[in-house]
Write a new protein. Sequence first.
Length: 272
Amino acid sequence: MTAPPPRTVPVDLRPDCTRCAALCCVALPFARSADFAVDKPGGRPCHHLTDRDRCGIHDRLRPSGFSGCTVFDCLGAGQHVTQETFGGRSWRDDPDTARDMFAAFPVVRQLHELRWYLHEALELPAAAALHADLAAVAADTRALAAGTPEQLAALDVETHRRRVTTLLREASGLARAAWRPADHAGADLIGARLAGAKLRGANLRGTYLIAADLRRADLRGADLTGADLRDADLRGANLTGALFLTPAQLAAARGDRTTRTPGHLPRPGHWR
């Protein structure tokens, strides 16, 4: 089988903290847990945030008890909301701006995630028959993300997501058809012993793989849309060509230098 061409990531779907008003450090809530050392309600700045909108412990987040921060990826939503939706304004400017920015950020984050998936689907040669439809819905998704604060607040993201999901599932099926793949979509595989498992082209959409042992597993071409990979052991696993995998999913898992990942994804800094 001919190897597919390398995938790419649009520049505007890569986070750029230098152009963002630290929205992930303010808008989003988090609860004290193994991922966060303290509680923080949404809309309140993290106490580690500096007045220059930079994290004061960025180089030591994990040892400080904030591993949750290291696995979050806004997929470019932060700089989009700051620079495009609000024209470079900051939540520090006034309470109304803050409220509207905090409401817009998670909406744009969801739309950028859909754009991430759609862009990948458009690069799948096997899904060529769907490319026109995928391109059309991708353009619609981009247009929705470019809406005003008022339009974003009124947007029914879930209705749009269902439209996108239908196409993505079709594209995934076409891309994986050659392998007669196993279907574990939505399965509870928490802590499962899957070392060396043959999961090439498997449907793992929404599968719970928390703390699963996936050492040396063959996950080439597997559909990992929304799969929960927190603390999954991917040492020695092969994820080459895995479909719809995001940076946040990889960062939530455990891997090392023997883990083979899709070339368009950044390798998590905490992997050894």
